[in-house]
Design a protein around this ligand. Structure first.
Ligand SMILES: Nc1ncnc2c1ncn2[C@@H]1O[C@H](COP(=O)(O)OP(=O)(O)OP(=O)(O)O)[C@@H](O)[C@H]1O
Ligand SMILES: [Mg+2]
Length: 303
């Protein structure tokens, strides 16, 4: 599958302005040019269910950052904070050097700039897909951005072709399979050509062939200049599609951050984050039962 130039080129006509009422200086230790600078993020749902408990994160342009962690550790919540969908009760998030707050996102110019620069593919496509046809669904964001009907049609055709779902254009999104919905959700985000892509478990609903294809797409998008942050449980793809892994603990903090090779080799770290299991099981060796215990890695293969 070839990626369309028009959709992945890094052709932003200068950064849209992202200044609004709420200001705070960048933290003194923020690396220059960072896309996201998060410091001390805390968030609890309904003030009761902890999701983030003091999270610091910098994301630099061109990174492919994989968020790893057990179920409920806070990965989706962090992505929602990065996308300005939930707001931390403590701590600060700067995006493109500007503070992200609920108040700032009420500013029309700010929100337009922010939404055009950051795209988010949710974990559950059902909550993201709502139009009567796939074509309208994918066109929605372009029309929101104020693109002409002609430009929109061209981009929609390009992105549907790129994702191999042109044949679904006139179908109702809610009648599609899980993986098809996921591709429609990805198309609806890519069509807006944002420079930062947030994916929540991008490969989760996909068949093996589509998983591999998506991994290649992520690499291609990254090579075209996109910064990518995603949550995943798929340890097998990390060396292909992560430049850095960030590991959450079950108490909603960041345990470690580093290149995929170093993180994947750190069995103690992976065990403590509950990313691999210490598994007791039985082997039949030369007709004898041999019971042993060892760590399972990389998607939990069995032998
Ligand atoms: N809408 C919600 N209402 C209440 N609590 C929530 C809500 N969404 C998430 N939580 C809680 O916040 C914590 C973090 O959840 P989050 O969805 O960020 O985890 P995750 O790392 O993405 O997990 P998973 O791997 O299962 O997707 C969990 O304890 C979860 O129960
Ligand atoms: Mg999640």
């Amino acid at each position: 599958m070839t990626t369309q130039e028009s959709l992945i080129s890094h052709d932003h006509a200068g950064p849209p302005t992202l200044s609004a009422g709420d200001h705070a200086p960048l933290p003194a230790d923020a690396p220059p040019g960072a896309i996201f600078v998060a410091r001390g993020l805390r968030y609890s749902y309904l003030d009761r269910f902890a999701a983030l408990d003091g999270v610091d994160l910098d994301v630099m342009p061109g990174e492919m950052v994989a968020l790893l962690g057990a179920n409920g550790s806070g990965k989706s919540t962090l992505l929602k904070v990065l996308d300005g969908l939930v707001f931390p009760s403590e701590g600060t998030l700067h995006a493109f050097g500007h503070l992200v707050t609920e108040g700032n996102l009420e500013d029309e110019q700010y929100v337009e700039a922010f939404r055009s620069r950051v795209g988010f593919v949710f974990q559950n496509s059902d909550t993201q897909v709502f139009s009567p046809t796939v074509r309208e669904e994918v066109a929605f964001g372009c029309l929101q951005l104020g693109l002409s009907a002609e430009e929109t049609r061209q981009r929609v055709d390009d992105v549907l072709g790129m994702l191999g779902i042109a044949d679904l254009a006139d179908r109702a999104p809610f009648q599609l399979s899980g993986g098809q919905k996921k591709k429609v959700a990805i198309a609806s985000v890519l069509v807006m050509n944002p420079e930062v892509l947030l994916f929540d478990e991008p490969t989760a609903a996909l068949d093996p062939r589509s998983q591999q294809w998506l991994a290649e797409l992520i690499v291609e998008l990254n090579a075209a200049g996109k910064t990518i942050v995603y949550a995943t449980h798929d340890l097998d793809v990390l060396e292909q599609i992560a430049t850095r892994c960030v590991v959450f603990s079950e108490d909603h903090r960041i345990l470690a951050s580093g290149p995929p090779g170093a993180i994947l080799d750190d069995t103690a770290l992976l065990l403590s984050a509950n990313l691999i299991h210490e598994h007791s099981h039985v082997h039949l060796r030369e007709g004898q039962r041999v019971e042993h215990s060892h760590a399972h890695q990389r998607g939990g293969h069995h032998h």
